[in-house]
Design a protein around this ligand. Structure first.
Ligand SMILES: [Ca+2]
Length: 516
């Protein structure tokens, strides 16, 4: 019996090795075969199809090279052509097809004005483990042009502009899904779109214009309507520039005054969530009055000039036209306003600077009426993600998660909230919206990630998959952050926020509950 057992083990071991070898060979050959496979998509070119067992991302991309699981990498292009100004255009894409496929497809959204094909990993809002490592087939694209991240010259080409605004990702999705299914010889089970900033807008475009392509979408800090968000930044700068002499760093409020402002915000709002932790989770309940830190006869230290406090009130209350109508929301009071360390600086620390358009540093006047006309001109707003009719997306069972850093200096978190609330009111109301869409606000976080003190590491992807595939809606998502080691909090779907229960370790998320 013993001999037989040994034989069996050896046989099993040998067959395992044999099986593994043939599987690796099969992967390698079926990957390479994609290069010569004929797909129905017109004008599709597969540039390369190569199987990697231990490829690493470049050192520059996500810290020190990220080791990828065994995968087939496909690169290609659709609609290659010569466009306006004799420039070459086309929709370049990359697909990473992991060896252990979960049956899921994930489209990785872009950033800025796009223009390059990012490594298709699905790292966004996925906590510590990328979508690729979890077995998603991940797709990325340049959205139809090549160029620097904020180089808008491609807009001269009509088709490249349309691709950037809304067409490109749809076309790449339709072209790449069959490649995924051909490689695995199986149908895709579920499709996801995850992106932040421009990628967040792209996710919204999917729910609004192509309601059947994706089952689940995550939109972080979406660039919903950049014409108006840039007008909002000009408004904020003009109010401050009109009253404040700039310091050497070019700031209307010098560092020590910025600290007074943020300390005032903290004093008014930090403890509303039951925890004096430097995080303002009760965004809705935070009503800071800048006049409370204005200098007066009684208050002569730790204060700012009353005219600066008044300007701050006007700046933060949001952009209004000559009739007093709000054309872009204001900004929520938060702790990251003086951030001078994040990849985007704080709202009052030089961060409120549109990456495109006229410079705002010295701007002292603004014609909001004209600015609104320009921003909402259809030629400029054709890519805005402002549609509310999602009935087909909802009927299809689509789920859409939003998240937004409250200290985002480029796009106001309140604009995402405004979209979410209006969208809710037109799709069955605020209670019904929770069945298909939830919004998570992240205090202290700048644009998409980062901040002096924030919890910007969270796994929305698992939450989304559980919602789409297991009908488990995300009642909370745990957040941690490298700027706050040892601290965890639940992020709660708006209008709820995490409230300290009053006992237990204040660093531990389990001692907080989601409350209104
Ligand atoms: Ca707090």
């Amino acid at each position: 019996m013993i001999k037989l057992n040994k034989l069996f083990c050896i046989t099993t071991l040998l067959s395992t090795i044999a099986c593994w070898s043939s599987s690796a060979l099969a992967n390698s050959s079926s990957c390479a075969a994609l290069k010569t496979t004929k797909f129905a998509t017109p004008n599709l070119i597969i540039d390369s199809a190569e199987f990697f067992t231990n490829r690493k991302t470049p050192n520059s991309q996500f810290g020190l090279g990220q080791e990828l699981p065994p995968h087939c990498r496909v690169t290609g292009e659709i609609d290659k052509r010569v466009g306006a100004n004799e420039k070459n255009y086309g929709l370049k894409f990359q697909i990473n097809l992991p060896e252990n496929w979960s049956g899921r497809y994930l489209f990785q959204g872009g950033g800025g004005l796009n223009g390059s094909v990012g490594e298709a990993l699905g790292n966004n809002a996925s906590g510590d483990k990328s979508a690729l490592e979890r077995g998603f087939a991940v797709v990325s694209t340049d959205s139809g042009h090549q160029g620097e991240i904020f180089d808008g010259s491609f807009m001269a080409d009509q088709e490249a502009a349309l691709n950037f605004f809304f067409l490109g990702n749809m076309r790449v999705t339709l072209a790449t899904k069959p490649i995924v299914e051909t490689y695995y010889k199986k149908d895709i089970k579920k499709s996801y779109f995850v992106g932040c900033s421009t990628g967040g807008r792209e996710g919204m475009i999917m729910s609004q214009r192509y309601p059947y392509l994706f089952d689940g979408i995550i939109s972080g800090a979406p660039a919903i309507r950049t014409g108006l968000s840039n007008l909002g930044l000009r408004w904020l700068n003009v109010q401050m520039n009109q009253v404040a002499k700039k310091d050497q760093a070019g700031l209307p409020l010098p560092t020590e005054e910025l600290k007074i402002v943020v300390d005032g915000i903290l004093q008014a709002c930090d403890n509303l969530d039951g925890a004096n932790d430097g995080l303002i989770f009760n965004v809705k309940g935070c009503h800071f009055d800048p006049m409370s830190i204005a200098c007066s006869k009684k208050n002569t230290s730790n204060c700012i000039a009353p005219e600066k406090a008044q300007a701050l009130i006007k700046a933060v209350s949001g952009t209004k036209n000559s009739r007093g109508q709000q054309v872009y929301p204001g900004y929520a009071y938060d702790t990251g306003w003086d951030d001078n360390m994040g990849w985007t600086r704080g709202l009052l620390a030089g961060g409120a600077t549109p990456p495109v358009g006229p410079p705002v540093a010295q701007m002292k006047s603004l014609d909001v009426d004209q600015g609104f006309i320009d921003a909402t001109n259809l030629n400029n707003s054709i890519g805005d993600a402002t549609s509310y009719n999602l009935s087909s997306f909802i009927a299809h069972g689509g789920k859409h998660i939003f998240y937004h850093g409250v200290s985002d200096p480029w796009f106001s978190a309140l604009d995402t909230l405004e979209y979410y609330q209006t969208m809710a009111s037109q799709n069955g109301g605020s209670e019904n919206v929770q069945n298909f869409s939830r919004l998570f606000l992240v205090p202290g976080m700048g644009h998409c990630a980062g901040g002096v003190q924030t919890l910007d590491n969270f796994d929305m992807l698992t939450a989304l998959v559980n919602w789409v595939e297991n009908q488990q809606a995300p009642d909370q998502v745990i957040a941690t952050g490298k700027t706050m080691p040892g601290v965890s909090r639940p992020l709660c779907p708006y209008p709820l926020h995490p409230q300290y229960k009053g006992s237990g370790d204040i660093n531990d998320a389990t001692n907080f509950s989601c409350q209104e």
